[in-house]
Design a protein around this ligand. Sequence first.
Ligand SMILES: O=C(O)CCC(=O)C(=O)O
Ligand SMILES: [Fe+2]
Length: 363
Amino acid sequence: MVVDSASPTNGLSHEKTHSLPIINIEPYLLQSSPEVNARRKSASSAIHTACRDFGFFYLDISAIADPREAEELTDLAREFFGLPQEDKDKLALSNQDHARGYARLKQNVTNGKADNHEGLDMYKPVAEPDKTKPLWGENQWPAVPRQFREKYESWVEKMKMLGLIVMKAMAYGLGMTAEEWQELQSQVDDSFWVMRAIGYPPLPNDHDGFSCGAHKDYGCLTFLHADPTRDALQVFLRGSNSKPDLSGLPIEQGDEEGVWITADPILGCVVCNIGEMWEVWSNGLYKSTLHRVVHRGNNYRVSIPFFFEPNFDAAIGPLDAALRLQQAESAEEKTKEYNPVVYGDFLMAKVGNNFSTKGKYDS
Ligand SMILES: O=C(O)CCC(=O)C(=O)O
Ligand SMILES: [Fe+2]
């Protein structure tokens, strides 16, 4: 089955977890046949609906990765974060381009507040590194634990492949022609990816802040694997009459009405969400969704998001296929509502802020 509604377990957290659909990418790995094509179509249309309604969904990736592989990565990150502070500080962001390397607990700031996490960021390597240029330095891989680099690099290769598969499925879901897909593919085939390991100690009880403040991811697709900690990642669903059963959850009194739901980890799946570049490509048909982390448990939580981003020099603008879909649903003439943007320029503007005191998610 391509789209699953996972079987019920007990309690409210079940409802919260399974509000988001689970979509299996397997049909995109199988040889084409009438049966496989039908499964691809149904996976693509499930992704389309999820992107339009939530901006978030679960991807069942068991066809490309054994769950133990991802677990190994969270174990390695946990070991790294368990090292003495002075060892971790040897990989400080300031050694390089202020983007690649280790950020101490509370070093990152979101919406003006320090995040209660520490992290290690790796980016796609560049041909001629120059650490005086934002983003253009070299990655700082930990030497301890020993297999860290090798295991993470192999995950990066897998996630790059997954990125292209999901992009293709999305192109299909938008009704793109083969030529249009070729053009879109050429904007992501040399992804300026980011691989991040994050460590979250529990929030102190009196803490009024967040483990990671509310933000939208700025790129293309995020694939998140997290350890089994529950009730940490929260996703904002706009509107008070969203489809899933959200009874009992508070309505947010912010600028926009909606509810925060929990996206707990599911074995064999990554949580996938779309970033702001997909909002531009889809001319707003797909919204990149606010999310945050509130981790109040007793344990030290580890997550490893992979950010599948466009090529650094990709010019991103609204896609004709998205305009066609919007036009089909509207009586008025649909126009391009987003200005084209070169991904690298957009990214520089975001992380360039890290040279000052601002954080990744501050706008
Ligand atoms: O740790 C998580 O669950 C989410 C992290 C996140 O949203 C990010 O790094 O952009
Ligand atoms: Fe995020």
